[in-house]
Design a protein around this ligand. Sequence first.
Ligand code: BES
Ligand code: ZN
Ligand code: ZN
Length: 505
Amino acid sequence: MKTSTLKSNLKTIKADAVAILIYQDKKIFEEQISGLKKYFPNEIDHIIKFESFKGKPETTVFTYTEKKINSPRLILVGVGEQGKTTLETFRKASAIASNKAKSMKAKHLSIIFPKLPVGFNPTIEETAQSIGEGAILSQYKFDKYITSKKEDEVKLNELTVCTEDEAKYKSISKGVGIARIICDGVILARNLANAPASEIYPETLAQAAKESSEKYGFKCSIWNEKKIKQEGFGGLMGVSSGSTRPPRFIILEYNSDKKEYNPIVLVGKGITFDSGGISIKPSAKMSEMKMDMSGAAAVIGTIEATARLKLPVRLIGLIPATENMPSGSAMKPGDIITHYGGKTSEVDNTDAEGRLILADALAYARSYNPAAVIDLATLTGAVVVALGHHATAVLGNDEELISKIKSAGEKTYERVWQLPMFDEYEKQIKSDIADVKNIGSRGAGTITAAMFLKKFISNKNKKEYKWAHLDIAGTAIMDEGSPYIPKGGSGVGVRLLTELLRNWK
Ligand code: BES
Ligand code: ZN
Ligand code: ZN
C-alpha cells in the first residue's frame, strides 16, 4: 500500500473514499455531525435515523456523496468516548475504515486526521503512525499461492492522511513514514511465517535475512553445518539430525562498527517446521508448525526496520535455524546434548526442541558482552493455555528491562504479561544424568521452559547478563483474524521491539 500525507480537507480531497473518525460523547458527536450536515444534510440525517449510528467503537456507516465533495464515498467510523481514547483506538479505526473501503471496492482511501481529545498523551506523530499501521496492516493478505484470484477483487492500495492544519502536517507525514517502514518489517515477518516449510527452510530463511541485509545495509553471516558443529552448537546439531535439510546459524549485525555501544542481542527461534521429532505431534494443526520460526522472522523484521530508521543502537540478531523431524538419524528421547559453552542437557522429549537450539544461541550471545539479550520464541503450548492469543508471556532476570518491554507493549498494543521465575520451579527440570532436563514435570510449562533457558545465560562465575524471554506461541500464530491481524502469522514482535529500540538509552 502506498502512503502519503496531504494538506487538504473533506471537500477537496480526491480519493475513492474518505473516512472520518467520529467520537461518541454526545456534545462532540453532535458538533461533528452538524459539521458534516453542511455538505450532506439528507444523507447524514438518514444515516443517523436508519442506522442509529452513535460513534460507538468499531461501528461504521457510509454514504455515496453525489458530487457534494470530490470523493465519491464517505465512511464514518466510531471511535467511542474521548476519555477512553488510546493509540489503539486510532489503529483499529483506521483498519476498520480500510476494510470497509476495500469492501466498497475503493482503491484509494483518504482518512481525515482527527481532532485529538484534550489531554490526550501520545503525540500527533505517534497518532499518525497508528493510523498508518492500522491501514497498512489491515490490507495484508498471504495470497501468493492463490491462482484463481477473484475477478472482481479490488485491492485497497493507497492511503492518504489529510489535514488542513499547516502546523500538524509535518508530524503527520513523519508518523505515516515511520509506520510504512515498521509495517514493512511486520509484513516481512508475516510472509516468512506464512510461507510453507517447503519454501522457508533453514537455507532459504538465511537467504531471506541476507537479502534484507544487502538491501538495507546491515551485516549478515551464515554458518553452515560444518561450522555449527565446529563451534560446538550441540543443541542445533541434535535437533537438525533428523532432517535432510541442513541447519544454519544466522548472525545479523547493525551498527557493528559502533564499538562504543554494548550491543542489544535479539535471539529468534528458527524452527522452520516442528513435527515434534521422535516425540511426534498429533496431526491436527501440525501444519501450524511451519510458523515455528516466527521468533526468527520477528528478529529479521526488527533489524530491517531498525536499520531503515537508522536508530542509534548497536543491534545483533542471532537465529539458530533447523527443522525438527523424525527419522532414523533423529535425536532420541534419552539423548544427552553438549551445548555451546559446555553445559549439558538431557532430552526427555524431542518436541521441546526450541529451548535446545536457543540454549546454544543464548550461551553464544555472551561473547558480545551484551547490554541486554531478548529472545523471542514460539516456545510452549502452555502459554496459549495461560494467556490465549492476546498477550505474549515475558519472563526474565531484570525488572527494568521487563518494564521497558511492558511499556512498549502498551504503546504498540503488542501486550506482554509477566510470569514469575521463582527458584522453586527449577526442581522440575532437574536431571539425574545431565546439567538440566528439557521438559519439566506437570504444570507451569511456560515457566519451566524459561527456567531451562536461564541455565544458559550465565558464565562460569554464575554471572548472568540482562535477559528477557518472550514466549510468542499464542500471539504469533492467530487462529482467527481481527481488523489489522489476519488469521495465520501475525508478525508479532516487530512493532514491540522496534518501539523498545526507538526509546533505548
Ligand atoms: N513449537 C512448540 C510450541 C507451540 C505450540 C507453538 C503450539 C505454537 C503453538 C514447541 O516446540 C513444543 O512443541 N513445545 C511442547 C513442549 C513440551 C513437550 C514440554 C509443548 O508446548 O507441548
Ligand atoms: Zn516442539
Ligand atoms: Zn517448536
